[in-house]
Design a protein around this ligand. Structure first.
Ligand SMILES: [Zn+2]
Length: 82
């Protein structure tokens, strides 16, 4: 979950893991702890048509959740770091 300060430019003020509620560190509008940010625009073939679901997971919760996957996520090495 992300909270922003609205103004001339939108500034991130709070970042919370939706799974465990842990507050992740935000400094000067920048998340300095990585999170898994998910935005799902559910569509016509779902039961949530027209809804966007948005959440963040801390790295520990992400690891816990993917350990429960029957098929693990595909992992690629990034050649460009951004
Ligand atoms: Zn968490």
């Amino acid at each position: 979950m992300r909270k922003y300060q609205e103004g001339r430019e939108r500034k991130l003020t709070e970042l919370v893991c939706n799974c465990c509620g842990k507050k992740l560190t935000v400094e000067n509008g920048i998340a300095v702890e990585e999170s898994c940010h998910i935005e799902i625009p559910w569509g016509y073939f779902s039961k949530k048509d027209g809804e966007n679901h948005i959440f963040d997971l801390c790295e520990e919760c992400y690891d816990k959740i993917i350990r429960g996957f029957a098929v693990p996520p595909m992992v690629e090495e990034r050649t460009e770091i951004f």
